[in-house]
Design a protein around this ligand. Sequence first.
Ligand code: SF4
Length: 232
Amino acid sequence: VPLTELDARVSVCRACPRLVGWREDVAVQKRAAYADQPYWGRPSPGWGASEPRILLVGLAPAAHGANRTGRVFTGDRSGDWLFASLHRVGLARTATSVHAADGQELVDTRMVATVRCAPPQNKPTTAERDTCAPWIEAELALLQEHVQVVIALGGFGWDAALRTYAGLGWSARPKPRFGHGAEARLVRADGGDRAVTLLGCYHPSQQNTFTGRLTEAMLDDLLCRARTLASL
Ligand code: SF4
């Protein structure tokens, strides 16, 4: 299945009743500030380069972010931080990501959500995470020959990346622990000579950025490291 068809298929998935209900309720009720806008209210496919060297793995769409705009990390505070930093280091064409037709482009980079529908309180259940896993696995199966660096945003993205790569025959031993700046080398269990670097990054959530746990300089440094590892 080509990437565009995968995107089309995931965007109509209804496999998780609780998340389908939530994403559609939010899209009808809306936040007052966006009352005049249509909401996407569906799963958010991966977005960016189709042959990326860098892959960002996040948690799930924000209720009034990607669940509104239809584009991952677009239209919320986490995305504001992320795109500004991506632009500063040369991985995004512009510094903002406001809506799906704003002209933004990622450079050799793609971003995906692990769970593709917005969950209440940003917390998918383990069963929802597992139900959605085939989507990210199918996407990574298509991308794995290009991706050299995976940036895991938060511990959830870290574990999801490790699990997904393991399902595709890649391993890292001993199991690496998440931390900001942590690096792990994933190699093919069948002895192939390719390696991918998994890079841990604190999630640019307001919880982290408001408290100074993640600063702009830390995020810029980490994305620069990813660029170097990806030979960009
Ligand atoms: Fe489908 Fe994933 Fe959304 Fe569940 S979270 S409905 S599996 S796209």
